[in-house]
Design a protein around this ligand. Structure first.
Ligand code: FAQ
Length: 316
């Protein structure tokens, strides 16, 4: 009985903090479902950053000049940094980093569907920066106000870096769109292939989203999947028009009354197939991550042996 009262009191204090926009910190009491929801979302987010390095990493050696190479290299390294902050944020919730990463490698854990599409031409580097980082910013700026402190703080820095990523992508795609007819065709082709997968990044429609309601009540998410997707379409369509590219959606039209673009139906069968592991590159991505872990084992072993030796010397 006494115990029940205690839990009710803890629950009440937790809710009071949420209601008053006071951040929940790692040592605060939190409901188990809140902790599990955060571990789920933050670990998926971390995996997305790390797997997300692969499609662009493929182009570092083929960037058209030194400036482009240096910028792309810096961007891909930033994504690694984002993954590391996020794995650390997950650890503050009691998750074990090795187990979290093993879940990715065994295919148990999810990561963003977008990174299972191939990058076929240099224009895809433009499309990813412009659309994928653009969508990521739209989704992550509200996460800077997430109720869980470590996640919210990590997002502040991540978003600053994502803005630079979006700008570099837009620069690549707009240069190509204003280039020779062949370059313009490459830019259009990249937009054609990445437009719909970018819209899918925001997750299922609100009616199908099983976590949104609870996550919004806990102020983990501040907007629904559909609200963020709509904001992305409203911001991005005029950018495409400005650089002379056509969004590949015959149903796209601006509604003067609502002030929003109406857009066509997303192919949800394709989305769920990719999420289930059947996208064009799912197998490749996971194999590459597994191989990276195996090939790096000697570095971890050497670092651990060195740390153990140093500790022994100190205690001797
Ligand atoms: N792909 O009920 P909801 C980036 C899953 S980072 C795969 O709506 P929720 C940076 C979802 O997990 C991109 N799975 O779920 C970068 C759930 O499955 P579960 C990643 C998806 O959590 C740029 C189920 O469907 N960003 O791009 C996807 O309320 C360039 C039901 O969905 C984040 O992770 C999807 N697209 O809302 C890096 C941001 N969508 O767990 C390199 C943080 C949904 O029950 C290069 N995350 N699912 O088995 C979020 O904001 C949310 O988790 C959502 C999903 C909005 C992704």
């Amino acid at each position: 009985m006494e115990n029940m009262k205690n839990i009710e009191e803890l629950q009440r204090k937790f809710q009071e903090k949420i209601d008053n926009d006071i951040r929940i910190e790692p040592n605060d009491w939190m409901p188990e479902d809140y902790r599990q929801t955060l571990i789920r979302q933050i670990s998926q987010h971390a995996h997305s950053e790390i797997v997300g390095m692969l499609p662009e990493g493929n182009w570092i050696t083929r960037a058209p000049n030194l400036r482009r190479k240096a910028v792309l290299l810096a961007k891909v390294q930033d994504e690694a940094g984002h993954g590391l902050y996020l794995y650390s944020a997950c650890e503050t919730l009691g998750a074990d980093r090795e187990e979290t990463i093993d879940d990715l490698h065994s295919g148990k854990a999810k990561y963003s569907s977008i990174f299972n599409y191939p990058t076929l031409t240099w224009a895809d580097m433009g499309a990813i920066g412009w659309l994928v980082d653009g969508a990521a910013i739209m989704n992550q700026v509200p996460l800077c106000r997430c109720s869980y402190g470590p996640y919210a703080r990590a997002m502040v820095r991540v978003c600053k870096e994502e803005s630079f990523h979006q700008r570099q992508g837009f620069e690549i795609i707009s240069k190509l769109a204003q280039g020779t007819p062949v370059q313009k065709e490459m830019a259009q082709d990249a937009l054609n292939r990445f437009w719909w997968p970018a819209l899918m990044m925001f997750g299922p429609n609100d009616a199908e989203s099983k976590h949104t309601k609870q996550s919004m009540d806990w102020k983990i998410k501040r907007f629904t999947n559909d609200e963020l997707r709509q904001q992305f379409v409203d911001v991005t369509v005029p950018q495409a028009e400005m650089i002379g590219l056509t969004v590949p959606d015959k149903d796209l039209k601006f509604n003067e009354e609502t002030g929003h673009y109406e857009f066509g139906e997303i192919d949800w069968t394709e989305f769920w197939e990719v999420v289930k592991g059947n996208g064009p590159c799912n197998h490749d991505r996971i194999e590459t991550r597994r191989a990276a872990k195996e090939n790096g084992a000697w570095v971890r072993e050497a670092a651990n042996a060195y740390a153990a030796k140093k500790k022994m010397r100190k205690t001797a």
